[in-house]
Ligand binder design. Sequence first.
Ligand code: PHE
Length: 350
Amino acid sequence: MSEKTTQLRESFVSALSAVDNMEALEAIRVEYLGKKGLVTELLKDMKNLSPEEKKTFGQAVNVLKEEVTEMVAGKREEIKQAEIERENNLMPEFDISAPANLDRGSYHPITLVQRQCEEIFRSMGFAVEDYSEIVTDYECFEALNIPKNHPARDMQDTYYLENGQLLKSHTSAAQNAIYKKYKDALINESKPIKAIFPGRCFRNEATDACHENTFFQMEGVMVDKNISISNLIFFMKTMLSEVFQKDIKVRLRPGFFPFVEPGFELDISCLICGGEGCASCKHSGWLELCPCGMIHPEVLRAGGIDPEEYTGFAFGLGLTRLAMMKYGVKDIRDLNSGSLKVLSQFTDDK
Ligand code: PHE
C-alpha cells in the first residue's frame, strides 16, 4: 500500500519541479491537497484494509500530506525570492543613501534616456528637433484644436507670462512649427514628415512622488500618405524594446486629446512581472506609458497639410517617466533635486 504513497510523492515532486509561478503552484496544491485532491483520494482506498493495515497506511498518507505541504511552502518562498530578485535586477544600483561618487562627471538619467531614444529614432529615419520652452497660446493650444475657453485646457494647469506667452505645458506645442517646416518637402518631394522633439514641460502641479511641475516629454510625429495606427504601434514597440532591451508588448486603450482622433493611451507589459500581475502594475500586468493617436484633421490643416490627402500619428512619451522606470527611481523629485549624491549614480553603460 505504501507503494501508492511513494508513487504519488514521486509524481508530485516531478510536477513541482516544473512550477515557476504562484498560479501554477496554487493549481498543483489544489490538485494534491484539495478536498478532492490526490492525497485525500488515497484515503478512500482504506475501507477494504484490515485495522492493522489501515493504521500503517493512514500514517503513510499523513506523512505524505505533511511533506507535500512543506514542499509547497518551500516552493512558495522560492518563487517569492525569484520575484524580488527579478525586481532588483531591473532596478539595479540606484540607492538614495549611497555615497556620492564625484571623481568624474555623469549625465543626468533623463539625458541618458533622451539620447538613447534619439539614437533609436534617428536610426529609423526621424529628425531630432529642438524647440523653445516659451511658446504662444496659438502653438500650445489653438493650433492643436483647443480653442480659448475649451474645457480641455483644464487638463494642463499652465504658467502664463505677463506678455501673454506661456511655458509650454506639453511638447505638442511644437507640432505646428514642425508641420510648417517640413510640409513643402512632403507635398513637393513626397518626403514623409518624421520628427521627434524632446523638451522640458511645465505645469502647476502639487508635487509628490509621482508629480512634478517640471518634467520632460518626447513628442514624435509621422505624416505621409496612408499612415495608420499599425505604423504607430510598430514604431513604439521597436523603440521601447530597444530601450528596455527586451521584447515589449504594447496595447492601446481609448484616450481623449483634442489634437488626435482616434486618441489612445499606450500601455506596455509590466517590466517587473512580465505581465503576470504584481504590486508595481497594480496586478493588471500593464503600465501606462504614452498617450498617442492619429493626428486630428484640424491640426494637420493648421500646419498647412491637407488631411484629405495625408494622415499621420503623434505620440507624447513621458521621458521622465521612462527614466524612472528604467533606473528604478521611485520619487520623481529626486530627478530635479540637483543632488549629486543621487545623480552621480547613473552612467550611460546601463
Ligand atoms: N500632449 C499630450 C499631453 O501631454 C500627450 C499627447 C501627445 C497625446 C501626442 C496624444 C498625442 O497630455
